[in-house]
Design a protein around this ligand. Sequence first.
Ligand SMILES: [Mg+2]
Length: 419
Amino acid sequence: MYALADCNNFFVSCERVFNPGLNGRPVIVLSNNDGCAVSRSNEAKKLGVKMGVPVFQIRELVQKHQIAVFSSNFVLYGDMSRRVQETLRAYAPAIELYSIDEAFLDFSGMEHQNLDALAKEISGACLRNTGIPVSVGVAPTKTLAKIASKLCKQYPKLRGGCYLHKPADIEKVLKKYPIDDVWGIGRQYTKKLKALGINTAYEFTQLSALRVQIMMGLTGIRTWKELRVEACIEVMQASPPKQQICVSRSFSKEISDIKELALQVSMFCAMACEKLRKQDSHCYQALVFIMTNPHKEESPRHFESTLVTFQVATSSTLEINRAVLQALQRIFKPSFAYKKAGVILSEIVPDSAVQGSLFDQLDRAKHQRLMKVVDKINKKNGYSSVAVATQSLEGIKMNRQHLSPQYTTKWSDIIKVKT
Ligand SMILES: [Mg+2]
């Protein structure tokens, strides 16, 4: 048996925890650079705000209905996500963090318990401990658990928990469940299936295995089996270390000054290196890229990247940063206005597999000790408390006009209560 815990309208819910005046009001949270609506309260959904709609297209709607608008505050959302996870861990021995607002719980061997009551209890505990409403779906397969959690959102009567296991109930639900909402069926396959007259999850389960196999391959078969109550996707507890680490951003204003661009690239580099060390790895290669705005047809366009290779695998921000900035100097052209830049670390190996070189002149042990201390200080005192001097300390050049405070991670932003 599997459970899926999915936070309802997660980013909006995070904003509401610390700003209860938002309850009952239409609220939206925007993507990076205040571009599109990526999280919407139920009230905003009712007004017709679609997922991913650019904010400039709904300006009138926002004004007319006084929709509260927020820039994305990932420091806050990340911390709230961690708090929800902590509550979930108390209920299952194995948990898979699927995304910032979703986690699978392995309920194997718990079938004798009252799982409907347990699902509701978990939802209640999350709300009590964190203030975030969470929908908990329980079912014999992960794909069905996802569907069960969606039902919680549709039917408030379920009080945040739904146990979907009786064959007759599953059939009834699948007959009404749109095929495009099934986990694992992408947009491409939805098109193909709809062309065949298959509109619901139930109709999909009635196809022959051979037909699904030919049309959609192995992943299609897995989804098909899962809907037919045959579990084939396990809970994965630890994600394997990444083979590539990329940190890149678009800027709110284009940058044509190399000094300004270097501040940003250096910061991306430091962020990537920190991720590299967090997964106990070193890398042999770093790639830097810079690009102009691809949507601006009237101005000259330019994309350039360059790869740096290290003789000995490294995770030192100092070493990688120096190489990355030299590479940037080589590819930068002063006549362009750059909209986006990024750093990608690749050829990643675990710390234990680093090979030395006879000609190596760097005191690697010293670098490692230093990085350890830097990571420790930054973890305790907040991001870039200690940074390389070439790196921007003002953060990323992003548009964030509607940013809420970092209520849970910054001393100066903690809510004060007068008694
Ligand atoms: Mg969600």
